[in-house]
Design a protein around this ligand. Structure first.
Ligand SMILES: Cc1cc2nc3c(=O)[nH]c(=O)nc-3n(C[C@H](O)[C@H](O)[C@H](O)COP(=O)(O)OP(=O)(O)OC[C@H]3O[C@@H](n4cnc5c(N)ncnc54)[C@H](O)[C@@H]3O)c2cc1C
Length: 408
Protein backbone atom coordinates (compact mmCIF):
# COMPACT_ATOMS: atom_id res chain seq x y z
CA UNK A 1 0.00 0.00 0.00
CA UNK A 2 1.65 3.36 -1.02
CA UNK A 3 2.37 5.70 1.89
CA UNK A 4 0.21 8.52 0.60
CA UNK A 5 -2.99 6.44 0.70
CA UNK A 6 -5.26 7.75 3.42
CA UNK A 7 -6.13 5.35 6.17
CA UNK A 8 -9.57 4.87 7.71
CA UNK A 9 -10.30 2.98 10.93
CA UNK A 10 -13.83 1.71 11.51
CA UNK A 11 -14.36 0.43 15.03
CA UNK A 12 -17.39 -1.81 15.47
CA UNK A 13 -18.57 -4.41 12.96
CA UNK A 14 -22.36 -4.17 13.15
CA UNK A 15 -24.53 -3.05 10.22
CA UNK A 16 -23.65 0.64 10.62
CA UNK A 17 -19.89 0.01 10.56
CA UNK A 18 -20.10 -2.56 7.77
CA UNK A 19 -22.18 -0.40 5.45
CA UNK A 20 -19.74 2.48 5.96
CA UNK A 21 -16.87 0.13 5.11
CA UNK A 22 -18.70 -0.92 1.96
CA UNK A 23 -19.35 2.66 0.82
CA UNK A 24 -15.74 3.70 1.42
CA UNK A 25 -14.13 0.57 -0.04
CA UNK A 26 -16.16 1.03 -3.23
CA UNK A 27 -14.32 4.32 -3.76
CA UNK A 28 -11.07 2.30 -4.15
CA UNK A 29 -9.09 5.20 -2.71
CA UNK A 30 -8.50 4.35 0.93
CA UNK A 31 -6.79 1.84 3.18
CA UNK A 32 -9.68 0.63 5.36
CA UNK A 33 -9.29 -1.25 8.64
CA UNK A 34 -12.27 -2.57 10.58
CA UNK A 35 -11.81 -3.48 14.24
CA UNK A 36 -14.30 -5.72 16.05
CA UNK A 37 -14.11 -7.09 19.57
CA UNK A 38 -15.95 -10.34 18.82
CA UNK A 39 -14.47 -13.25 16.82
CA UNK A 40 -16.88 -12.37 13.97
CA UNK A 41 -18.83 -9.31 12.80
CA UNK A 42 -22.58 -8.64 12.69
CA UNK A 43 -23.71 -10.92 15.50
CA UNK A 44 -26.77 -8.87 16.42
CA UNK A 45 -27.71 -8.59 12.75
CA UNK A 46 -27.53 -12.37 12.52
CA UNK A 47 -29.77 -12.81 15.57
CA UNK A 48 -32.22 -10.29 14.10
CA UNK A 49 -32.47 -12.80 11.25
CA UNK A 50 -34.03 -15.32 13.61
CA UNK A 51 -37.07 -13.06 13.78
CA UNK A 52 -37.22 -12.78 9.99
CA UNK A 53 -34.80 -9.82 9.62
CA UNK A 54 -37.10 -6.88 9.19
CA UNK A 55 -34.74 -4.71 7.16
CA UNK A 56 -36.90 -1.64 6.68
CA UNK A 57 -40.47 -0.53 6.03
CA UNK A 58 -42.31 0.35 2.84
CA UNK A 59 -44.61 3.11 4.09
CA UNK A 60 -44.40 6.59 2.53
CA UNK A 61 -41.46 8.70 3.54
CA UNK A 62 -43.50 11.25 5.54
CA UNK A 63 -45.04 8.55 7.73
CA UNK A 64 -41.72 6.69 7.85
CA UNK A 65 -39.66 9.49 9.30
CA UNK A 66 -42.39 10.34 11.85
CA UNK A 67 -41.59 6.98 13.47
CA UNK A 68 -38.37 8.44 14.80
CA UNK A 69 -40.31 10.83 17.05
CA UNK A 70 -38.00 13.21 18.89
CA UNK A 71 -35.06 12.15 16.64
CA UNK A 72 -36.90 12.85 13.37
CA UNK A 73 -35.22 16.18 12.59
CA UNK A 74 -31.76 14.77 13.26
CA UNK A 75 -32.24 11.62 11.21
CA UNK A 76 -34.32 12.92 8.27
CA UNK A 77 -31.40 14.22 6.15
CA UNK A 78 -29.62 10.87 6.53
CA UNK A 79 -32.76 8.82 5.90
CA UNK A 80 -33.48 10.78 2.75
CA UNK A 81 -29.98 10.21 1.36
CA UNK A 82 -30.09 6.47 1.97
CA UNK A 83 -33.75 5.51 1.79
CA UNK A 84 -35.65 2.25 2.36
CA UNK A 85 -35.58 1.80 -1.44
CA UNK A 86 -31.78 2.19 -1.42
CA UNK A 87 -31.59 -0.44 1.32
CA UNK A 88 -33.60 -2.89 -0.75
CA UNK A 89 -31.39 -2.18 -3.77
CA UNK A 90 -28.32 -2.79 -1.62
CA UNK A 91 -29.66 -6.22 -0.54
CA UNK A 92 -30.55 -7.00 -4.14
CA UNK A 93 -27.02 -6.13 -5.28
CA UNK A 94 -25.73 -8.71 -2.80
CA UNK A 95 -28.02 -11.28 -4.42
CA UNK A 96 -30.68 -11.15 -1.68
CA UNK A 97 -34.20 -10.51 -2.89
CA UNK A 98 -36.56 -8.72 -0.51
CA UNK A 99 -40.34 -8.56 -0.28
CA UNK A 100 -42.94 -6.39 1.41
CA UNK A 101 -44.98 -8.29 3.99
CA UNK A 102 -48.68 -7.66 4.61
CA UNK A 103 -47.83 -5.15 7.35
CA UNK A 104 -45.63 -3.14 4.97
CA UNK A 105 -42.45 -4.42 6.60
CA UNK A 106 -39.58 -5.42 4.32
CA UNK A 107 -37.81 -8.79 4.72
CA UNK A 108 -35.31 -10.85 2.74
CA UNK A 109 -37.22 -13.55 0.86
CA UNK A 110 -35.58 -16.29 2.87
CA UNK A 111 -36.37 -14.49 6.18
CA UNK A 112 -32.83 -14.95 7.46
CA UNK A 113 -29.66 -12.91 7.60
CA UNK A 114 -27.02 -15.62 7.16
CA UNK A 115 -26.78 -15.55 3.35
CA UNK A 116 -26.87 -11.76 3.35
CA UNK A 117 -24.09 -11.54 5.95
CA UNK A 118 -22.00 -14.09 4.07
CA UNK A 119 -22.31 -12.20 0.78
CA UNK A 120 -21.66 -8.90 2.53
CA UNK A 121 -18.46 -9.88 4.35
CA UNK A 122 -17.19 -11.59 1.19
CA UNK A 123 -17.72 -8.40 -0.77
CA UNK A 124 -15.93 -6.31 1.87
CA UNK A 125 -12.97 -8.68 1.90
CA UNK A 126 -12.83 -8.69 -1.91
CA UNK A 127 -12.96 -4.90 -1.91
CA UNK A 128 -9.89 -4.75 0.30
CA UNK A 129 -11.26 -4.06 3.79
CA UNK A 130 -8.86 -5.47 6.41
CA UNK A 131 -10.65 -7.06 9.36
CA UNK A 132 -9.06 -7.06 12.81
CA UNK A 133 -11.25 -9.36 14.90
CA UNK A 134 -10.97 -9.74 18.67
CA UNK A 135 -9.80 -6.14 18.93
CA UNK A 136 -11.58 -4.16 21.54
CA UNK A 137 -11.72 -0.37 21.89
CA UNK A 138 -10.50 0.71 25.33
CA UNK A 139 -10.52 4.51 25.16
CA UNK A 140 -8.28 7.22 23.75
CA UNK A 141 -4.67 8.25 24.32
CA UNK A 142 -3.56 11.87 24.78
CA UNK A 143 -3.46 12.39 21.00
CA UNK A 144 -7.07 11.28 20.78
CA UNK A 145 -6.05 8.06 19.05
CA UNK A 146 -8.21 5.04 19.90
CA UNK A 147 -6.51 2.34 21.99
CA UNK A 148 -7.29 -1.20 20.90
CA UNK A 149 -6.63 -4.36 22.88
CA UNK A 150 -6.19 -7.68 21.11
CA UNK A 151 -7.14 -11.12 22.44
CA UNK A 152 -3.72 -11.52 24.10
CA UNK A 153 -4.24 -8.35 26.09
CA UNK A 154 -1.76 -6.33 24.03
CA UNK A 155 -2.69 -2.73 23.50
CA UNK A 156 -1.83 -0.40 20.65
CA UNK A 157 -3.10 2.94 19.45
CA UNK A 158 -4.65 3.30 16.01
CA UNK A 159 -3.38 5.97 13.66
CA UNK A 160 -5.77 6.91 10.92
CA UNK A 161 -6.80 9.96 8.89
CA UNK A 162 -10.44 9.37 9.81
CA UNK A 163 -12.09 7.14 12.38
CA UNK A 164 -15.66 5.89 12.47
CA UNK A 165 -17.10 4.52 15.70
CA UNK A 166 -20.00 2.13 15.23
CA UNK A 167 -20.04 0.38 18.59
CA UNK A 168 -23.80 -0.02 19.04
CA UNK A 169 -25.94 0.50 22.14
CA UNK A 170 -25.99 -1.82 25.12
CA UNK A 171 -28.68 -4.45 24.68
CA UNK A 172 -27.93 -8.15 24.10
CA UNK A 173 -24.35 -7.54 25.34
CA UNK A 174 -23.32 -11.15 24.68
CA UNK A 175 -23.54 -10.27 20.96
CA UNK A 176 -20.98 -7.49 21.35
CA UNK A 177 -22.84 -4.26 22.11
CA UNK A 178 -21.74 -3.98 25.72
CA UNK A 179 -21.81 -0.18 25.91
CA UNK A 180 -18.40 -0.23 27.60
CA UNK A 181 -17.19 2.32 25.08
CA UNK A 182 -18.93 5.10 27.02
CA UNK A 183 -16.10 5.45 29.56
CA UNK A 184 -13.54 6.43 26.91
CA UNK A 185 -15.90 8.98 25.38
CA UNK A 186 -16.80 10.46 28.76
CA UNK A 187 -13.11 10.90 29.54
CA UNK A 188 -12.88 13.13 26.47
CA UNK A 189 -15.91 15.21 27.51
CA UNK A 190 -18.17 13.96 24.75
CA UNK A 191 -21.74 14.38 26.01
CA UNK A 192 -23.62 11.13 26.43
CA UNK A 193 -27.14 10.27 27.54
CA UNK A 194 -27.51 7.21 29.73
CA UNK A 195 -28.65 4.04 28.01
CA UNK A 196 -32.30 3.10 28.54
CA UNK A 197 -34.04 -0.04 27.35
CA UNK A 198 -36.30 0.43 24.31
CA UNK A 199 -38.53 -2.04 22.51
CA UNK A 200 -38.62 -4.06 25.68
CA UNK A 201 -41.04 -5.91 27.91
CA UNK A 202 -42.27 -4.56 31.25
CA UNK A 203 -42.80 -5.98 34.71
CA UNK A 204 -46.36 -6.19 36.02
CA UNK A 205 -47.29 -7.73 39.38
CA UNK A 206 -49.73 -10.39 38.22
CA UNK A 207 -51.61 -12.29 40.87
CA UNK A 208 -50.77 -15.99 41.11
CA UNK A 209 -53.65 -17.33 39.05
CA UNK A 210 -52.47 -15.44 35.96
CA UNK A 211 -49.49 -17.80 35.77
CA UNK A 212 -51.53 -20.38 33.83
CA UNK A 213 -51.71 -17.92 30.92
CA UNK A 214 -47.94 -17.54 30.61
CA UNK A 215 -46.90 -17.41 26.96
CA UNK A 216 -50.46 -16.81 25.71
CA UNK A 217 -50.97 -14.11 23.10
CA UNK A 218 -53.21 -11.09 23.21
CA UNK A 219 -54.08 -10.45 19.59
CA UNK A 220 -54.84 -6.99 18.24
CA UNK A 221 -54.92 -4.88 21.37
CA UNK A 222 -54.52 -1.17 21.91
CA UNK A 223 -52.29 0.25 24.61
CA UNK A 224 -52.57 3.94 25.43
CA UNK A 225 -50.50 6.24 27.59
CA UNK A 226 -50.90 10.02 27.61
CA UNK A 227 -52.82 10.05 24.32
CA UNK A 228 -50.25 7.89 22.54
CA UNK A 229 -51.75 4.62 21.38
CA UNK A 230 -49.91 1.56 20.14
CA UNK A 231 -51.76 -1.18 18.30
CA UNK A 232 -50.60 -4.76 17.83
CA UNK A 233 -50.12 -7.99 19.71
CA UNK A 234 -48.65 -8.78 23.11
CA UNK A 235 -47.73 -11.88 25.07
CA UNK A 236 -48.41 -12.46 28.74
CA UNK A 237 -45.28 -13.54 30.57
CA UNK A 238 -44.54 -14.61 34.09
CA UNK A 239 -43.14 -11.15 34.83
CA UNK A 240 -45.48 -8.96 32.80
CA UNK A 241 -46.03 -8.22 29.12
CA UNK A 242 -43.89 -8.46 25.99
CA UNK A 243 -44.59 -8.00 22.30
CA UNK A 244 -45.08 -5.50 19.50
CA UNK A 245 -47.77 -3.30 21.07
CA UNK A 246 -45.76 -3.01 24.29
CA UNK A 247 -42.51 -2.32 22.43
CA UNK A 248 -44.17 0.40 20.39
CA UNK A 249 -45.12 2.27 23.57
CA UNK A 250 -41.87 1.50 25.35
CA UNK A 251 -40.31 4.93 25.12
CA UNK A 252 -43.29 6.65 26.77
CA UNK A 253 -43.55 3.91 29.38
CA UNK A 254 -39.84 4.19 30.26
CA UNK A 255 -40.08 8.00 30.54
CA UNK A 256 -43.17 7.75 32.76
CA UNK A 257 -41.51 5.14 34.99
CA UNK A 258 -38.35 7.27 35.24
CA UNK A 259 -40.36 10.26 36.44
CA UNK A 260 -43.16 8.67 38.48
CA UNK A 261 -41.82 5.27 39.47
CA UNK A 262 -44.52 3.47 37.49
CA UNK A 263 -46.85 3.93 34.52
CA UNK A 264 -50.51 3.12 34.09
CA UNK A 265 -51.32 2.67 30.40
CA UNK A 266 -54.84 1.60 29.49
CA UNK A 267 -55.42 -1.63 27.67
CA UNK A 268 -58.10 -1.75 24.99
CA UNK A 269 -59.12 -5.37 24.41
CA UNK A 270 -61.34 -4.53 21.42
CA UNK A 271 -59.79 -1.54 19.63
CA UNK A 272 -61.79 -2.20 16.45
CA UNK A 273 -65.12 -1.79 18.25
CA UNK A 274 -66.50 1.44 19.70
CA UNK A 275 -67.69 1.70 23.27
CA UNK A 276 -71.29 1.78 22.03
CA UNK A 277 -70.84 -1.30 19.84
CA UNK A 278 -69.44 -3.25 22.77
CA UNK A 279 -72.17 -2.00 25.11
CA UNK A 280 -74.79 -3.02 22.53
CA UNK A 281 -73.36 -6.50 22.23
CA UNK A 282 -73.44 -6.85 25.99
CA UNK A 283 -77.01 -5.54 26.28
CA UNK A 284 -78.68 -8.93 26.06
CA UNK A 285 -79.78 -10.97 29.03
CA UNK A 286 -76.85 -13.00 30.37
CA UNK A 287 -79.09 -15.54 32.08
CA UNK A 288 -77.18 -18.27 33.83
CA UNK A 289 -74.11 -17.97 31.67
CA UNK A 290 -70.79 -17.42 33.38
CA UNK A 291 -69.06 -14.16 32.54
CA UNK A 292 -66.44 -15.99 30.49
CA UNK A 293 -68.93 -17.83 28.27
CA UNK A 294 -71.04 -14.66 27.93
CA UNK A 295 -67.98 -12.65 26.80
CA UNK A 296 -66.84 -15.49 24.54
CA UNK A 297 -70.20 -15.54 22.77
CA UNK A 298 -70.76 -11.80 22.59
CA UNK A 299 -67.19 -10.58 21.98
CA UNK A 300 -65.15 -13.69 21.14
CA UNK A 301 -63.16 -13.24 24.35
CA UNK A 302 -60.39 -15.74 25.09
CA UNK A 303 -59.98 -17.10 28.61
CA UNK A 304 -56.95 -14.85 28.98
CA UNK A 305 -58.98 -11.76 28.09
CA UNK A 306 -61.65 -12.61 30.67
CA UNK A 307 -58.93 -13.28 33.24
CA UNK A 308 -57.40 -9.88 32.48
CA UNK A 309 -60.77 -8.21 32.91
CA UNK A 310 -61.09 -9.86 36.31
CA UNK A 311 -57.48 -9.13 37.21
CA UNK A 312 -57.42 -5.46 36.24
CA UNK A 313 -61.07 -4.39 36.24
CA UNK A 314 -61.56 -4.26 40.02
CA UNK A 315 -63.86 -6.36 42.13
CA UNK A 316 -66.72 -6.82 41.69
CA UNK A 317 -66.89 -6.17 37.98
CA UNK A 318 -69.78 -3.90 37.02
CA UNK A 319 -72.87 -5.64 35.65
CA UNK A 320 -74.27 -2.94 33.44
CA UNK A 321 -73.18 -3.12 29.77
CA UNK A 322 -71.96 0.48 29.56
CA UNK A 323 -69.59 0.23 32.53
CA UNK A 324 -68.31 -3.19 31.45
CA UNK A 325 -67.71 -1.86 27.92
CA UNK A 326 -65.81 1.09 29.38
CA UNK A 327 -63.50 -1.30 31.20
CA UNK A 328 -62.99 -3.48 28.13
CA UNK A 329 -61.92 -0.35 26.20
CA UNK A 330 -59.62 0.98 28.92
CA UNK A 331 -58.34 -1.47 31.50
CA UNK A 332 -55.74 0.21 33.72
CA UNK A 333 -52.48 -1.80 33.77
CA UNK A 334 -49.92 -0.80 36.37
CA UNK A 335 -46.48 -1.22 34.84
CA UNK A 336 -43.65 -1.22 37.37
CA UNK A 337 -40.29 -1.45 35.59
CA UNK A 338 -38.87 -2.09 32.14
CA UNK A 339 -37.16 -5.44 31.69
CA UNK A 340 -33.37 -5.33 32.09
CA UNK A 341 -31.53 -3.44 29.36
CA UNK A 342 -29.68 -6.62 28.37
CA UNK A 343 -33.01 -8.10 27.20
CA UNK A 344 -34.20 -5.08 25.23
CA UNK A 345 -34.27 -5.17 21.43
CA UNK A 346 -32.62 -1.74 21.36
CA UNK A 347 -31.47 1.12 23.56
CA UNK A 348 -31.77 4.87 23.57
CA UNK A 349 -28.89 6.88 24.97
CA UNK A 350 -25.33 7.22 23.74
CA UNK A 351 -23.66 10.21 22.09
CA UNK A 352 -25.95 13.22 22.16
CA UNK A 353 -27.05 14.57 18.78
CA UNK A 354 -25.69 18.07 19.34
CA UNK A 355 -22.14 16.66 19.46
CA UNK A 356 -22.35 16.11 15.67
CA UNK A 357 -22.14 18.25 12.57
CA UNK A 358 -24.42 17.41 9.66
CA UNK A 359 -21.87 14.85 8.36
CA UNK A 360 -21.91 12.91 11.67
CA UNK A 361 -18.46 14.16 12.58
CA UNK A 362 -17.98 14.87 16.29
CA UNK A 363 -17.59 18.65 16.21
CA UNK A 364 -15.00 18.97 18.93
CA UNK A 365 -12.82 16.18 17.47
CA UNK A 366 -12.49 16.68 13.69
CA UNK A 367 -11.86 13.41 11.90
CA UNK A 368 -13.88 11.33 14.40
CA UNK A 369 -17.31 10.14 13.27
CA UNK A 370 -20.02 7.90 14.73
CA UNK A 371 -23.03 6.01 13.37
CA UNK A 372 -25.77 3.61 14.35
CA UNK A 373 -27.21 2.80 17.75
CA UNK A 374 -24.36 4.42 19.67
CA UNK A 375 -25.94 7.79 18.83
CA UNK A 376 -28.81 8.85 21.09
CA UNK A 377 -31.93 8.21 19.00
CA UNK A 378 -34.49 5.46 19.14
CA UNK A 379 -37.20 3.96 17.01
CA UNK A 380 -39.87 1.29 17.22
CA UNK A 381 -39.45 -2.15 15.71
CA UNK A 382 -40.67 -2.45 12.13
CA UNK A 383 -37.36 -2.07 10.29
CA UNK A 384 -36.81 1.47 11.56
CA UNK A 385 -33.81 0.52 13.71
CA UNK A 386 -31.80 -1.11 10.95
CA UNK A 387 -32.77 1.57 8.42
CA UNK A 388 -31.41 4.31 10.69
CA UNK A 389 -28.22 2.29 11.32
CA UNK A 390 -27.68 1.90 7.57
CA UNK A 391 -28.56 5.52 6.79
CA UNK A 392 -26.28 6.96 9.49
CA UNK A 393 -23.51 4.54 8.45
CA UNK A 394 -23.71 5.84 4.88
CA UNK A 395 -23.94 9.45 6.10
CA UNK A 396 -20.81 9.08 8.23
CA UNK A 397 -18.99 7.37 5.33
CA UNK A 398 -19.88 10.30 3.05
CA UNK A 399 -18.71 12.64 5.82
CA UNK A 400 -15.41 10.76 6.00
CA UNK A 401 -14.96 11.03 2.24
CA UNK A 402 -15.52 14.81 2.38
CA UNK A 403 -13.20 15.13 5.37
CA UNK A 404 -10.40 13.20 3.70
CA UNK A 405 -10.75 15.23 0.50
CA UNK A 406 -10.41 18.40 2.58
CA UNK A 407 -7.07 17.11 3.91
CA UNK A 408 -5.47 16.66 0.49
C1 LIG B 1 -33.10 -9.99 19.00
C2 LIG B 1 -33.00 -8.74 18.14
C3 LIG B 1 -33.74 -8.66 16.96
C4 LIG B 1 -33.68 -7.50 16.19
N1 LIG B 1 -34.41 -7.46 15.04
C5 LIG B 1 -34.41 -6.34 14.30
C6 LIG B 1 -35.16 -6.26 13.09
O1 LIG B 1 -35.75 -7.25 12.63
N2 LIG B 1 -35.17 -5.07 12.43
C7 LIG B 1 -34.50 -3.97 12.88
O2 LIG B 1 -34.57 -2.91 12.25
N3 LIG B 1 -33.72 -4.04 13.98
C8 LIG B 1 -33.67 -5.18 14.70
N4 LIG B 1 -32.89 -5.24 15.82
C9 LIG B 1 -32.04 -4.07 16.17
C10 LIG B 1 -30.79 -4.01 15.30
O3 LIG B 1 -30.19 -5.30 15.22
C11 LIG B 1 -29.80 -3.01 15.88
O4 LIG B 1 -30.43 -1.75 15.97
C12 LIG B 1 -28.54 -2.90 15.01
O5 LIG B 1 -27.85 -4.13 14.96
C13 LIG B 1 -27.58 -1.84 15.56
O6 LIG B 1 -26.51 -1.75 14.64
P1 LIG B 1 -25.13 -1.06 15.06
O7 LIG B 1 -24.20 -1.31 13.93
O8 LIG B 1 -25.36 0.33 15.48
O9 LIG B 1 -24.68 -1.84 16.37
P2 LIG B 1 -24.44 -3.41 16.62
O10 LIG B 1 -25.17 -4.24 15.64
O11 LIG B 1 -24.72 -3.61 18.05
O12 LIG B 1 -22.90 -3.58 16.33
C14 LIG B 1 -21.92 -2.98 17.15
C15 LIG B 1 -20.64 -3.75 16.96
O13 LIG B 1 -19.61 -3.10 17.69
C16 LIG B 1 -18.85 -4.07 18.40
N5 LIG B 1 -18.29 -3.46 19.60
C17 LIG B 1 -18.95 -2.98 20.68
N6 LIG B 1 -18.09 -2.50 21.58
C18 LIG B 1 -16.86 -2.67 21.05
C19 LIG B 1 -15.54 -2.34 21.50
N7 LIG B 1 -15.34 -1.77 22.70
N8 LIG B 1 -14.49 -2.63 20.69
C20 LIG B 1 -14.69 -3.20 19.47
N9 LIG B 1 -15.89 -3.55 19.01
C21 LIG B 1 -16.97 -3.28 19.79
C22 LIG B 1 -19.85 -5.16 18.74
O14 LIG B 1 -19.23 -6.38 19.02
C23 LIG B 1 -20.74 -5.17 17.51
O15 LIG B 1 -20.26 -6.08 16.54
C24 LIG B 1 -32.89 -6.40 16.61
C25 LIG B 1 -32.13 -6.48 17.77
C26 LIG B 1 -32.18 -7.64 18.54
C27 LIG B 1 -31.37 -7.71 19.80
Amino acid sequence: MPNDIQRIAIIGGGPSGLIAAQFLSALKRYDIHLYEQKPSVGRKFLIAGRGGLNLTHSEDSFQFRKRYGWAEAFLTPHLSRFTPTDLRTWADDLGIETFVGSSGRVFPKEMKSTALMRAWTKKLTNDGVTFHLRHSFQGFNDQMQPILENKDGQRHSVQADAILFALGGSSYPHLGATGHWTAGFQDKDISLSPFRPMNCGFDISWSDHMSRFEGEPLKNIGLTLNEETARGDAVLTQYGLEGGAVYALSRSLVVAIDTMGHAIPSLDLRPDLTLEEIANRLSVARGKQSLSSFLRKRLKFSNLETALLNELGGRPLPLDPGSLATLIKALPVKVNTPRPISQAISTSGGIQMDEFDDQLMIKRYPGLFAAGEMIDWDAPTGGYLLQACFSTGIAAARGIENWLRSLT
